[in-house]
Design a protein around this ligand. Structure first.
Ligand SMILES: [Zn+2]
Length: 423
């Protein structure tokens, strides 16, 4: 099982089009493939001087945009992933009797993108394209662009393409399909970069405009006497399963505005000057009045879909062993917190309809791409509650690190997690 011993290396590839190799062992959905990690475009980054490095790719991009419309595409291939209001362009491959539909990223060629800009009377500028990475194997450079303002007709009803909420795509992703998980990670990374670009248009020191540098990998203040360098932002959040070893229970909390029976791990932002372990102890104390002793690291997960303006959180997962057991809930942060037996948590994992939720979301994405359905509410996307109520609670699905912390603890003596054998 993945949880034993050091973490295996991430399954990665330098190409987004080549099929991903299966993992070496049959495995659970744990660790190896947290949603938004395992980005095949982040596994190898070209060094400066490489023909596909950010600065070389930007030069080639400038030259390509200056060429006439009818010019055939020379090497390398440029592939661009458009976003609108934080939503990536997606398509869907229809399902059949044996398999549900599967969504794909709506990559456009540079020539195609420019045609769409021209038709909208908008100017395609290299400054608006953000370098994601390149693949020497595919002779391709991958970019993202925010088209919110410029091209209203892209992603229309008869194109088979639609701008879909990243959270919906997250739920719609088959977590056992490494290719699909890689695409989700690419979309998450691109969304975070574009949101950071949007939020860092002005220098925090002097207030002047910032300009993209290194093909959008960083920014810099345009004021010559300032020239502050600005890098993409990541915000660390601790997330912990608090465990009562003596009574074999785990502490789970219900957040306000969530599904009625959804209980999950405690979590919170780290303070400046605080270690992650200290943040685990402080947050647990503040939210539930429980004192924590030993803190053990589990794994981490990029989280570019937080419901606020933070481009990307890094969820850092821990097991936290309680030293006190009386719960005092801070009602401003959480609605309820309780100790749950291993048996209750196992029931929650057994009866939740994670696979059904994934298939339903995949079918909805299919309908959106066909122009049959507009965006749906988040609550219905995440609905994994079992109608038969065999379990007292439900816990988050496999796209969340909380699921893996909880299932590792609850099923650590089992060899099957979510229908997948664990070796
Ligand atoms: Zn400045």
């Amino acid at each position: 099982m993945l949880c034993k011993g050091p973490l295996p290396p991430q399954q990665t590839t330098s190409s987004v089009t080549a099929p991903l190799k299966p993992p070496h062992t049959t495995m659970s959905i744990k660790l190896h493939s947290h949603a938004f990690s395992g980005n095949p475009l982040l596994s190898k980054f070209p060094l400066s001087g490489d023909t596909l490095s950010p600065s070389a790719a930007l030069q080639a991009l400038n030259a390509r945009i200056a060429l006439s419309k009818t010019h055939s595409s020379p090497s390398p291939t440029f592939k661009v992933l458009p976003f609108r209001s934080g939503r990536p362009l997606a398509s869907s491959q229809p399902g059949n009797a044996n398999s549900p539909p599967s969504w794909h990223l709506g990559w456009l060629g540079l020539h195609e993108l420019r045609g769409i800009f021209d038709n909208s009377g908008a100017q395609l500028s290299t400054d608006s394209l953000v370098y994601l990475n390149s693949s020497a194997e595919d002779d391709a450079v991958y970019w993202a662009i925010d088209v919110s303002a410029e091209v209203p007709e892209l992603g229309g009803n008869d194109t088979g393409l639609y701008f879909v909420e990243l959270r919906t795509l997250m739920v719609a992703t088959d977590w056992l399909d490494l290719q699909a998980m890689g695409n989700l990670a690419i979309a998450g990374h691109a969304k975070a970069l574009l949101e950071w670009h949007n939020a860092s248009r002005f220098c925090g020191h002097c207030g002047e405009k910032t300009v993209p540098m290194e093909a959008g990998r960083r920014k810099q203040c345009s004021n010559d006497s300032c020239k502050k360098r600005i890098y993409p932002r990541v915000d660390p959040v601790v997330i912990m399963l608090v465990i009562d070893r003596e009574n074999d229970r785990a502490l789970l909390a219900k957040r306000p505005m969530r599904l009625t029976r959804l209980y999950t791990c405690l979590s919170g932002f780290t303070e400046p000057g605080e270690s992650l372990e200290e943040a685990v102890r402080r947050e647990t104390w503040e939210e539930t009045g429980i004192e924590v002793g030993e803190v053990v690291y589990h794994s981490s997960q990029p989280w570019p879909v937080a419901p606020n303006s933070i481009p990307c959180q890094l969820m850092v997962g821990f097991f936290a062993y309680a030293q006190s057991f009386e719960i005092t809930v801070d009602k401003t942060e959480i609605e309820d917190a309780q100790w749950f037996s291993r048996e209750d948590v196992r029931k929650a994992l057994t009866f939740a309809k994670y696979k059904q939720a994934q298939i339903t979301a995949a079918e909805k994405v299919e309908q959106m791409c066909e122009g049959l359905e507009k965006n749906r509410s988040l609550a219905s996307d995440l609905n994994v509650e079992s109608s038969d109520e065999h379990a007292p609670i439900v816990v988050p699905g496999p796209f969340a690190i909380a699921h893996h912390l909880i299932s590792f603890w609850a099923l650590s003596d089992q060899n099957v997690v979510n229908g997948v054998e664990c070796n």
